[in-house]
Design a protein around this ligand. Sequence first.
Ligand code: NDP
Ligand code: 2IT
Length: 455
Amino acid sequence: MTPVSSRPDPKMSLDQIRAEIERRNPAEPEFHQAAREVLETLAPVLAARPEYADPGLVERLIEPERQIIFRVPWTDDNGRVHVNRGFRIEFNSALGPYKGGLRFHPSVNLGIIKFLGFEQIFKNALTGLGIGGGKGGSDFDPQGRSDAEVMRFCQSFMTELYRHIGEYTDIPAGDIGVGAREIGYLFGQYRRITNRWEGGVLTGKAAGWGGSLIRPEATGYGNVLFAEAMLRARGEELAGQTAVVSGSGNVAIYTIQKLTALGATPVTCSDSGGYVVDEKGIDLELLRQIKEVERGRVSTYAERRGGSARYVPGGRVWEVPADVALPSATQNELNADDAATLIRNGVKAVSEGANMPTTPDAVDLLQQAGVAFGPGKAANAGGVAVSALEMTQNASRMAWKADHVEAELARIMTDIHTTCAETAERYGVPGDYVAGANIAGFERVADAMLAQGII
Ligand code: NDP
Ligand code: 2IT
């Protein structure tokens, strides 16, 4: 007699898992959104590869291996004590040590760090570089704080975090509100507490003491290369196209730089106060002076630039007509109305520099309209990829030349594009980079998890 399979129907099982995620992780809408988006695309791979349909596999994948939450007390310049909350979510280490950024922003909470950590698992798998997924941060707001206050905060944050990280365990880096200044203070405190010069414990270090050249540029450059690869797959070129970019931080700045270098014209940038449109193309030196040197706002850009630029307070950058859109600020910043506007204005490609900037209904609209859509976990993987190259340099005590790192970055982005496109094709959804990225990332992590047993 043929035994009755105990394996539940994969679709049923995914629906049940989705319900369980919402029940067990209440009040974490961003995590639900990120998990739902991945689960919705996994049905074909679970059906095609029965070994993956083992319910325990997906259930283990959506449960972080470890969740760390801690108190971060610090004293401001006036002697007042503040108490922030610190997080590190060590999500999955099947492919390598936990790897992912730290975000300092007042909106940070457990659900946001979990969504970012979950995305990071698949993104890091796509790089092919042997890094697991994690993310951390705090609801600390660095805006308007002195260097001394930021230093004291970073020292307090690391005074707890240090016991959980290490070059073979968990390697944080930057994200929103965490750049070279914060990485420096965090590294200094780690070194002081542990009495170890352990370069590979943090990435995004300055180039003079263990950082990799091209790491600051890598996320923005990589996203532009991904957008170019999507356009080329449709017989189009990036050169000559007009681009809208949101944000004005690390990712946006180097996105603008690479767009210009490749012959496209980036006409916008933004912050949480509004956006700037500059019909002559964004003047990168002026933007960098205001953002990186003065730590100012984009409204100042329009004041100083003169005639070609206009500041639109509270406006949405997506109303500016363009061929290519590169959201580079934060999650859920491009909604269905914005997608409809972009489509009406003839957008050809949307490539996510930020993590999950496009809402699910906006992604659906763009894909239905035939717009090439590059999901963040593929398109913005250049940053973490060069972080992994920084770890390689630290481990070998070598410092690579900029052109070597940039060539590696270009190769990795091309590989990720090819992997996503081929995987989508293989599972019957050609051109769907969302499904391609999720399935390809999942296959790599799932294979490692299966091989390593039930842990
Ligand atoms: P930065 O802190 O350098 O810049 C963030 C930018 O986004 C600022 O212009 C900021 O404006 C804007 N922004 C942040 N939060 C909000 C918000 N809630 N509403 C509106 N605007 C907002 O961060 P990064 O450039 O490093 O990060 C940008 C995005 O890219 C994030 O989604 C991050 O997760 C993602 N990313 C970053 C990588 C990296 O290597 N740094 C790698 C891969 C992805 P304001 O100053 O007004 O807050
Ligand atoms: O979202 C991301 O990939 C990052 N913030 C970069 C992570 C890293 O470890 O470089």
